[in-house]
Design a protein around this ligand. Sequence first.
Ligand code: ADP
Ligand code: ADP
Length: 236
Amino acid sequence: EEVLRLEGLRKSYNVGQPNEVEVLHGLDLRLEASDFAALVGPSGSGKSTLLNLIGLLDSPTAGELYLRGQPTRAMDDEARTALRGRHIGFVFQFHHLIGAFTALENVLMPWMVAHGKPTPEIVDTARDLLRQVGLERLADRKPGELSGGQQQRVAIARALVTRPALLLADEPTGNLDTKTAAEVFALLRRFNEEFGCAVLVVTHDPRLSETCDRTITLVDGAIVADERHPRQQPGQ
Ligand code: ADP
Ligand code: ADP
């Protein structure tokens, strides 16, 4: 099942100004619901720009981006935001949890932004996600009372509470030690398998990208390689 398709996707910054610069040069890409894909490439190659486009946080200069078959380029901000809220989950390097809220409240946030006051069902779902990331007993703690790895687990549960079709992760392990990073990756993979949620993760760590099904390499705003490989266990 196709989750995402890019066709001739281009992005320029400072359009119409003397310093206009094209940083993505006509990308074609297809992601399936079953994909667990790493996005790699040197600094400045356009990974963040691409993730912002795929996450519907920014719009392309040319080309088209289909999310679950829907063309998105002509959408206004409101439609884009609604589509993002329904289908996309985000995990960032710095987790952006809200310090004044408990872990459970943080997990509920994206759902509340989309739907308002939480129902008993969604609270159950959020608790269940916290259980699945191993934090059932820490649901009432605030982020400041959790370790870095635990905070990133809360962020993953938060990203999944709306059951998105696509999970985008921008260096989600950049801040973590090797062992904790491998655990966070294993969690992402488990949700990819259990929920059929496509995962696209930016990482600089080859030991982690090797555990993905697919590695997409971006250099100077172009996809120079897109390799599928058999799954490996971290550390093998
Ligand atoms: P990466 O995430 O791979 O490091 P980025 O997407 O951040 O790459 O950047 C790709 C290129 O686009 C770089 O040359 C960067 O300087 C440029 N760039 C990023 N954001 C902007 C912006 N807002 N205005 C102008 N240039 C930008
Ligand atoms: P940076 O990587 O530059 O620090 P952030 O990680 O703070 O940027 O976030 C990038 C953008 O994503 C911001 O505009 C932020 O508001 C937005 N954002 C973060 N989380 C979500 C979400 N769950 N849904 C929609 N937009 C989000």
